[in-house]
Design a protein around this ligand. Structure first.
Ligand SMILES: O=C(O)C(=O)C[C@]1(C(=O)O)C=C[C@@H](O)C=C1
Length: 130
């Protein structure tokens, strides 16, 4: 653990010699810094969940459209374009492109699973109604 050099073992801060020293102590506050960073992480996670929910809302509609018009659940050509685009975006944003590709693939595999379930459901409806 990184400790504030001006704190003794009981966590009691000794009196700083002057104002400059006090400013330095105020800046070295790992607890407050961690809490601030965690607040930002929580905000980002909230945005991620909202964006993922919106993406899945769209892909559910795509799944229904594909099932209705007997289109295959997966479109490898489209995926190739998406991955190339995302890798470039990741690289520009200083994010590991391999990680970005793995993340997109993980989401797309789940979307395809949903598409297949919708298609099976649609098949069931068509069979019983004919
Ligand atoms: O664009 C489509 O055709 C979709 O079904 C959406 C999506 C995606 O999640 O982005 C999912 C599966 C396809 O293989 C390609 C892309």
């Amino acid at each position: 653990m990184i400790r504030n050099p001006r704190q003794d073992n009981q966590g009691v801060t000794s009196a700083p010699a002057d104002k400059t020293a006090q400013d330095a102590v105020d800046q070295i506050n790992p607890g407050a810094e961690l809490a601030g960073l965690r607040q930002s992480i929580d905000n980002i996670d909230m945005a991620l969940v909202a964006m993922l929910a919106e993406r899945f809302r769209c892909t559910q509609a795509v799944g229904k459209l594909k099932a209705r018009y007997c289109m295959p659940p997966a479109d490898p050509a489209r995926e190739k374009q998406q991955i190339a685009r995302l890798r470039q975006l990741a690289s520009d944003a200083k994010l590991d492109p391999d990680f970005a590709e793995k993340f997109l693939n993980f989401i797309i595999r789940e979307v395809i699973r949903h598409h297949e379930a919708i298609a099976r459901q649609q098949d069931g409806v068509t069979e019983t109604s004919s």
